[in-house]
Design a protein around this ligand. Structure first.
Ligand code: HEC
Length: 587
């Protein structure tokens, strides 16, 4: 072998130990969606006595054959706090085909979908039906191999003589050394098309990596932006590379929480599977600088103050002091619309006073003379201009559709401030743009609310559903699901009068930090009588790191230790001029 190749291989092995994870090695965290669309983060299961992963693949006789034994062990250890999951890295399998196979062969465990194959690569998976036992005390691999010695290719014994998985679990639970920590697992070979790590060293920082970061990250990761560090040069990116790998694997960054399986979104911030692979492979190859000028150092992004030009009306939000550290409860700031006549609004933009401190803003208004406290409770005529989150500050109505802002109406702004190490005063501003003449369509919108919610103490996944039925045909534009620290997942489903239904939006890993308005790429027309349900799921267990108190039964309230089920739905009726009278949906 030529000396430079030896050196390259040596360097590769120093960066990430990917090739095959051995017992005793650390298993890095990840988050994947299962075949039902539910999110699973490995490190969430820190209270388990063991996490067992079985490698799944459709159409593999050995997996099918091993299932009864796997289920039997699962049932026996269910009370011992062992968590059983399956993982599928096959390129050819989809949720739908897995669902069919699961029904036929009785897989009643979540099958985690590793679409990018990045997790399978890092676990060193090779064949389906292999078992990985992970020790949550230090997240090391305790055992990998076969369930037992019963199955081999095209032959099987009637009974197993060696019970590897069972033994490993017993030994792990009693704190003993795992006697047999590695065996060969028979199974169907998984096609990892992109596992050749040597070729990843050729990924170009200048022409492949930097453009992805510019498109997907820099709007927040720039000087003065909301993110704590700026992607302002290769060196910055190099320093944060291992952290970037972690946040991509756990899907924390970019902050976008919709399940890509349902719907398409105009403001989609997510990385495509190909972009994820390119970034992570480049990082795992040691983040090579390569040739070419550094695009991140060469560009200086200067955004205009108002993206749409000077507004027709500017509302100054009251100044608010943000401390240097700590957690600030959601603040509800008020302001009055000074206009003594109604106006039709075509756009609005929220410009944060201190971009680093303002994490999100939800703008609502209620008609003059109504109780402002109801702005976040429904029951009053009113509306909203959606939410501000970093990177999307403009709220643009569809063509020839507008929101009527009544004279002297009251604004209520829900502000989420995040202290960033320096005390500051925020003075945010709302810019509003009018139509010259009334548009044909009135933007409507409702809030699906459930003030009766009751979340039992310590419940890991408590769901409640509220709904709205369209009295007339309408066109839906988007939605913003909102809850507090215990929010876990959110889902909007449309039930059509013909008996069919469709998931409009699923947010499997809701994050209260990111109040995203999900704007449909194509507005969805729905007939009269369509019922839209909004299901919120909360995690009131101690495993939810944000949970202020798992022992409390939680009810509706504006304080962060209370909860909300507040889902906006923006639409317009197809008939011109129509509106919704009441802003509250029936439960
Ligand atoms: C919409 C704004 C936004 C975008 C887009 C964004 N980030 Fe971030 N990023 C943040 C914020 C804010 C934080 C601070 C942590 C937090 O509040 O969640 C952060 C933190 C991080 C961290 C530090 C880890 C941590 O937990 O603090 C990394 C690494 C990171 N981002 C990488 C990325 C990468 C890579 C991309 C693009 C693929 C990206 N981010 C896109 C806003 C953003």
């Amino acid at each position: 072998m030529k000396p430079h190749i030896v050196l390259k291989l040596l360097l590769l092995s120093l960066t990430f130990p990917v090739i095959a994870l051995s017992p005793g090695d650390k298993v890095d965290n990840f988050r994947l969606l299962d075949h039902h669309g539910d999110a699973h983060e490995l490190y969430y299961y820190s209270d388990a006595s063991a996490v067992v992963l079985m490698v799944h693949g459709n159409g593999c006789p050995i997996v099918r054959n091993a299932m009864p034994a796997f289920r039997e062990i699962r049932d026996r250890y269910a009370d011992n706090g062992v968590r059983f999951l399956m993982i599928n890295s096959n390129l050819q399998d989809t949720r739908e085909t897995i669902m069919t196979e699961a029904q036929e062969f009785g897989y009643d465990m979540p099958v985690l979908m590793d679409e990018t194959q990045l997790i399978g690569e890092s676990l060193g998976l090779d064949r389906t039906s292999e078992i990985l036992v992970i020790n949550p005390r230090d997240w090391t691999l305790a055992y990998r191999g076969a369930i037992d010695d019963r199955l081999t290719y095209e032959r099987q014994k009637a009974k197993a003589n060696a019970h590897y998985l069972d033994d490993a679990l017993k030994q792990l639970q009693s704190g003993q050394r795992i006697k047999v920590a590695r065996t060969e697992a028979p199974g169907c070979i998984i096609n990892f098309t992109d596992r050749d790590r040597e070729s990843h060293a050729g990924i170009s920082y200048a022409s492949e990596i930097a453009p992805i970061l510019q498109a997907r990250c820099v709007s927040c990761h720039q000087t003065g932006g909301i993110a704590p560090w700026a992607m302002s040069s290769y060196n910055m990116v190099l320093g944060f590379s291992p952290m970037m790998r972690e946040v991509i694997r756990t899907q924390r960054m970019p902050p976008w929480h919709a399940d890509p399986h349902y719907g398409e979104w105009e403001n989609d911030r997510s990385l495509t599977p190909a972009e994820k692979k390119t970034l992570v492979h480049w990082i795992e190859a040691g983040s090579p600088r390569g040739e070419g000028i550094d695009p991140l150092a060469a560009t200086v992004a200067i955004a205009p103050e108002w993206a749409l030009g000077e507004p027709d009306l500017i509302i100054d939000l009251p100044a608010h002091q943000v401390p240097a550290t700590g957690v600030v409860d959601y603040q509800y700031l008020r302001a009055q619309n000074p206009l003594d006549h109604d106006v039709w609004v075509r756009a609005a933009e929220l410009v944060p006073g201190d971009r680093q401190a303002v994490h999100h803003v939800i703008t609502r208004f209620t008609a003059a003379g109504t109780d402002q406290r109801r702005a976040f409770r429904g029951g009053a005529t009113g509306g909203g201009f959606g939410g501000y989150v970093p990177g999307s500050s403009v709220w643009l109505m569809p063509e020839d559709a507008g929101v009527l802002l009544p004279a002297k109406s009251n604004f209520v702004f829900q502000m989420h401030y995040t202290p960033y190490g320096k005390a500051t005063t925020d003075e945010s501003r709302l810019g509003i743009y009018f139509y010259d003449k009334p548009p044909t369509h009135r933007m409507a919108g409702t809030v699906l609310i459930n003030v009766q919610l009751k979340i039992p103490p310590n419940a890991p996944a408590h769901s409640e559903t509220t709904q709205y039925t369209f009295p007339q045909a309408a066109e839906i534009y988007g939605m913003l699901p909102h809850a507090h620290y215990r929010g876990k997942a959110a889902r909007y489903t449309a039930y059509y009068p013909d008996g069919t239904n469709e998931v409009l939006l699923s947010v499997p890993a809701y994050d209260f930090n990111w109040q995203t308005f999900y704007k449909m790429a194509q507005p969805r027309r729905v007939p009269a009588g369509t019922r839209v349900t909004f299901t919120m799921t909360w995690d009131n267990s101690a495993q939810n790191p944000a949970n202020p108190d798992p022992d409390r039964e939680v009810r509706w309230g504006r304080q962060s230790w209370q909860e909300m089920q507040f889902g906006t739905l923006s639409f317009r009726f197809l008939a011109p001029g129509e509106t919704v009278e009441r802003a509250t949906a029936a439960r």
